[in-house]
Design a protein around this ligand. Sequence first.
Ligand SMILES: *Cc1c(COP(=O)(O)O)cnc(C)c1O
Length: 407
Amino acid sequence: MKTQGETMKEVTPTLPGHFLGAHLMDEEEINEVLEVMRSKSIFRYYGPQLLGKTDQFEAELARFLEAEHVLAVSSGTAALKTALQALGIGPGDEVIVPAYGFIATANAVVACHAVPVFADIDESMNIDPGDVRTKITANTKAIICVHVQGVAAELESLLDLANGHGIPLIEDAAQAFGGTYKGRKLGTLGAAGCFSFQTNKIVSLGEGGAVAMRSSDMYQRAAIYHDQGCVRHDGFPTWNNDACFFGENYRMSELSAAIGRVQLRKSRILLKQLRELKAQLRHNLGAMGLHLRRVPDAEGDCGVAECFYVQDEQIRNEIIARLKSDNVLATPSYNSAVYENRMFYNRRVAHSSGSPFAHSQITYEPGMCPAAERLARLSVWIPVIPLYDMDKIETISEAVQHIMASY
Ligand SMILES: *Cc1c(COP(=O)(O)O)cnc(C)c1O
């Protein structure tokens, strides 16, 4: 057996400088938070003078997303884990995830003691339904798609596949809050949609998340799982109920929900602004003849970033360095396929048994998902932030044109 060191490629870390809703925080969020502090009731289910911000935030999210059920949770990872647990996914199960994106998606699967199976991506930087089809086995219990950087995955084909095999599709919409696919909000087409409200995301509470669900049974299970396995009556918990099962604490705090209500209101304007800016940027870069990321449904794009491909990795890194020195917020983004992070090759978990891998034939090897490895190294990402205006978009476009003229 060859040692991993021989085939593994180096992965260069970069600190994300891409803030969206966070840039819009002002007195409005501060006042909502102060209101909660003055009520001395920061826990969502009871307190001396409960204001019910989390209940309100959930109702407002449901209205905005046009979702049947929304559960607020403590992070995007908690949202994924809660969705997987609510669907009963665990040991022995395989969950298909995209080979490109943030590691949290696969982590949540392993945290449920299920095994992530990677499907390759295409030039949309999102999961390739054709490759998903080849990865489905009798053990596949869910498919998770990620709407990477605000661009919808091919939901129609993915839903056909999932429905055809009787397995749920979970949308990881952590980077795509408010985006749409054929007019419907991302996160509401699959069995569950998971959102993150972490600091880099469109709706920013520092930490936070939500799960949107279609089925009321699934919603009940999610609510139980995220709240130590209890059911509540008038805010008070009981475990004296046959619906109860072992859970964790992924509850949202009233402080977070207070910020969330304001951020949600602002997200409408934010998304409108980002979309206009990105459309112009995309138009400009397209006019230069650059090889742009494919966007299946441009109308629903959140507009958080543009991405184009160049011919090799070294040139890509050079271009990014030159853009940065021209004050353009360019980034290689994830820079590798998800499974190129060491713990996948080593199948390493906290417990020495190596569960869930101990009972699975699934392994991870360099070259498994060639498009993800290649596109991760050839893509230049240009984030769009709410501090930009059309003049800034023109300045960025000119910088790109000037630099790309030498390649
Ligand atoms: C941010 C993110 C997550 C995790 O969200 P946290 O709130 O940081 O736990 C999951 N999936 C994707 C695609 C993300 O971008």
